[in-house]
Design a protein around this ligand. Structure first.
Ligand SMILES: Cc1cc2nc3c(=O)[nH]c(=O)nc-3n(C[C@H](O)[C@H](O)[C@H](O)COP(=O)(O)OP(=O)(O)OC[C@H]3O[C@@H](n4cnc5c(N)ncnc54)[C@H](O)[C@@H]3O)c2cc1C
Length: 410
């Protein structure tokens, strides 16, 4: 077992790797290096409770600051890593320091995808990835403020829900014909669109933004069809790109994420990677995936730690994710794709239903709105590649676990 682990990135994957290393009796030195100013924290509240002002930053911390010192984890914040030297087994920091590693973990996450449009640099135009981003605009979500959200994905819609609840006049601009277009069935997209419209959000689909205008500050958002929407604030949420530059420069395989195996190992025996920045093989999905979710960051962090202590256990969890908007808890398991057969269980208008996805007859994904049981049970169906009868599946009175083979269900 190597006695010196360096972890690049003090996000959820990086911190969790360090925590799991100690939980698994790793006694060597652990250094976690992150370029943000905050002890590792959970990002989901950024577009939910923290944005709304209901959750304090301390409550988002994965562990209190004292935890790291108590566990002998050297946490270096506000420190960027610029370079990896795989021959010398060192990394170079922005402050000029060079640190040696026995094992190295890349947990560099992702950064927001930037729009290439005129006016994005205007004050009033924002992105959302970290605490400082939220602090940069949260106070401007006041009653009557005109807020334009570019991108009708989860983060955009969560921001819309918070903003409209605060009395803002909110417009969501989505270039695709449906919100949440890439990730959910049209039935689910239309449901969320209606929920937002009913709450007072102006949802405009098939609308492309051409630029941001204003003299010295954002005044309006211009669309490709010439429409102008007056705006005090714009929040752009059009996805992220993985931070893979260090890996690329170091010559590690990268293909939409740092390529790792099921134990978070790269092709360098001393380098591991975990979280949003990775591309890993998923047994359940039967393909390689780059996921952007907390469970994935934690699961891969655990896999990396176990591999480092010499007790590798493959990361083999059914992918899952959640989104909170208004009083709706959307919980998703598995990965749906366009073309999957969709079976709706429950009553959409009652805001309690789930969309189940079958691919070639196999249950591959479930998205449950206020249906926690379906969500939980669906993971087993996905894992066991169950082939339910679609007409029976549509009956919400039949629990999903009834479709499991006896041995698995018991
Ligand atoms: C607003 C928002 C809401 C979300 N909501 C949900 C949700 O509801 N459910 C869910 O499952 N997931 C959600 N996610 C996604 C989830 O937060 C991420 O998947 C998770 O944080 C990934 O963790 P990570 O450690 O891989 O990456 P990150 O959290 O991105 O952490 C990586 C860290 O490494 C740092 N770093 C990068 N390069 C360097 C370098 N060279 N030197 C030093 N430091 C570096 C970065 O600045 C960052 O601090 C949300 C994300 C956001 C932004």
């Amino acid at each position: 077992m190597s006695d010196n682990v360096l972890i690049i990135g003090a996000g959820q994957a990086g911190a969790q790797t360090a925590i799991f290393l100690r939980q698994n009796h790793f006694t060597g030195s652990i250094t976690v290096i992150g370029d943000e100013a905050y002890v590792p924290y959970e990002r989901p509240p950024l577009s939910k409770g923290f944005l709304a002002g209901d959750v304090e930053i301390e409550r988002m911390s994965m562990r209190p600051p004292s935890f790291y010192a108590d566990k002998g984890i050297d946490l270096r914040l506000k420190t960027a890593v610029l370079h990896i030297d795989r021959v010398q087994k060192t990394i170079g920091l922005a402050n000029g320091e060079v640190l040696s590693y026995g094992k190295l973990v890349l947990a560099t996450g992702g950064r927001v995808r930037r729009m290439i449009s005129p006016g994005t640099e205007l004050p009033g135009v924002h992105y959302l990835r970290n605490v400082d981003d939220v602090l940069g605009f949260r106070d401007r979500l006041t009653a009557g403020a005109r807020v334009v959200i570019v991108g009708g994905g989860y983060i955009g819609l969560e921001v819309a829900a918070v903003a409209v609840k605060r009395g803002c006049k909110v417009t969501v601009l989505e270039m695709m014909p449906l919100v949440l277009n890439r990730v959910v069935a049209p039935e689910m997209s239309r449901f969320y669109e209606k929920v937002h419209r009913d709450a007072g959000v102006d949802v405009r689909t098939s609308e492309t933004v051409s630029g941001f205008e204003g003299k010295g500050r954002l005044a309006r958002v211009r669309c490709s069809d010439g429409t102008a929407i007056d705006a005090d604030l714009a929040v752009i949420g059009i996805g992220i790109v993985p931070n893979v530059e260090l890996a690329v420069e170091a010559g590690l395989p990268v293909d939409n994420g740092i390529v790792v195996d099921e134990c978070a190992r790269t092709n360098d025996p001393d380098i591991y990677a975990a979280g949003d920045c990775t591309n890993h093989p998923s047994r359940v999905s039967g393909e390689r995936l780059r996921l952007e979710s907390v469970p994935n960051a934690l699961g891969q962090g655990k896999a990396a730690a176990l591999a480092i202590v010499g007790a590798p256990v493959p990361y083999d969890e059914v992918p899952w994710f959640w989104s909170d908007q208004y009083d709706l808890k959307l919980q998703m398991a598995g990965i749906s794709k366009p073309g999957d057969q969709v079976v709706i269980r429950g009553v959409v208008d009652a805001r309690k239903f789930s969309a189940c996805y079958l691919r070639d007859g196999v249950f591959v994904a479930c998205q449950a709105v206020n249906m926690a049981k379906d969500f939980l049970q669906s993971k087993k169906l996905i894992s066991h590649r169950v082939r339910p009868d679609p007409s029976l599946l549509a009956d919400a009175n039949t629990p999903l676990q009834a479709f499991l083979p006896d041995a698995a269900g018991g």
